[in-house]
Design a protein around this ligand. Sequence first.
Ligand code: ISL
Ligand code: CA
Length: 564
Amino acid sequence: MLTVLTALCVALPGKSPAENNPRPTASIAATTTPNGYTQKWWKEAVVYQVYPRSFKDSNGDGIGDLPGITSKLDYLQNLGVNVIWLSPHYDSPNADNGYDIRDYRKVMKEFGTMDDFDALLKGIKQRHMRLIIDLVVNHTSDEHRWFVESRSSKDNPYRDYYIWRPGKPGAISPEGGIELPPNNDPSFFFGSAWQKDPATNEYYLHFFAVKQPDLNWDNPKVRNEVYDLMKFWLDKGVDGFRMDVIPLISKDQTFPELTPEQLQRPDIVYAHGPHRDEYLQEMNRSVMAKYDVMTVGEALGISLDETPLIVDERRHELNMIFDFATVRINRQGRHWKDWTLPALKAVYDKQDAALDIHSWNTVFLSNHDNPRLVSAFGDDSAANRVPSAKLLATMLFTLKGTPFVYQGDELAMTNYPFQRIEDFDDIEVKNGYKTEVLTGKITAADYIADLRKTSRDNARTPMQWDATTYAGFTTGAKPWLAVNPNYTQINAKEELADPNSVYHYYQKMIALRSKSPALIYGDYKDLDPTNPTSSPTGERSAARSILSSSTSQVRPEPTPSPKA
Ligand code: ISL
Ligand code: CA
């Protein structure tokens, strides 16, 4: 489906945003736009998400790594992005590709060493870019030292770093009593969120995989450990954090049974623990207030109306969140659902209405947990892939909020043609196969047909750098996850050589946005909210509708040609 962008950006007189990649200065921090926004470097940034495992392998072991990223910094600088978000780079047994952390102060050995991290950070700073890292502190790996201690005995000093409960008596059968988990909380990765641990015969809570036990944020020692590790990385010079499932940190520790209705959307229940805002404010006072950083929370379970609770600057919690209403517009539960353009535009309208000058938004339609941008929100057919990717870029870079580009979307990389369960790596897919297919609830063919559209692995196939073996991602025998077979046509080398490529369109749009106060801070209005589709000329007219409303006051030189 092609989308029509119908934004009107009111141009703002006054200071243009600092040049690409500004260093923070007092004057920027103090400047207010005519429509009332406080100017901040992170509002003016364009963020690029790197999923290290799939970006670039430097040593031929088939796994992307930090030196690989460093070797591609010129590529990113050339694109014009100025903040890099690095998905987890910490020591991990990789039950969930690094979102299960074993040691927060160590680099994953497959990705390199701390020296490699320092070299990456230095390369980023030399290019006047910034780095934010993933902060995954709702849970750790079960191999984290704290959990190894915690599970060893009920009186271990680390016992209360995690959430332990005895089982509950269930129905009595002729063979005797049945024990049930402490309550019916489900895990996002299928099954119960409670796992019985043989060492002490109690259950620990894990909202995600069995190997991802949830930390007990009600323990002040846990909170201080987290604040210390945040400072460890900030003192190295990182510029902030993307915070994994951050609304989930506070739990209702009475653990009531969820109602059938609540079981449809457990994320909403989990995101509404009693101390969420209190802990985020404490984190802000203890850490963020002492540095010039950017924070963006993954706001699983938070509705649009509640967004200001977390991002209103007067509440001193986080700068921005990822609101799921947009990326989940194509889902019914876990399954694919067709979506309409007016419905998506209605979300953008609602976001605009929910946030005032004290709050700031993110703009994103893809990341490492979602299918490819052009496949999910555009049309990845041979005829329409390029124009629809450009149209989506036009939309993403002109909406109000800090845009996030996921690696490969600047090339219009597409979903992978998955055929068999063996083609997948994702733990969520594998757990789902056991729970849904092996129990006969659905057929393997239906399961895989749905995953072809929804699977997180669509986004995790290796970056397509060139047309050589394995797309130039690795020189090794095999990449950790298969390369999309379309790499001979869709790759960075081809696109860098083609002035009309999607890559160059992104480059022009990013440059235009970075230099246009109107596109960053200007007011937003949807001029055509009910238009369900576009004509083949939609791209041109959409581009004009934005540009014509802003070019009168903004220097026009970087305007992308509508034909670009
Ligand atoms: O992508 C999802 C399911 O397909 C989401 O439910 C996802 O699990 C949720 O958005 C939380 O995501 C984050 O935390 C997870 C990790 O697996 C994801 O990669 C991460 O982005 C647990 O740390
Ligand atoms: Ca490697």
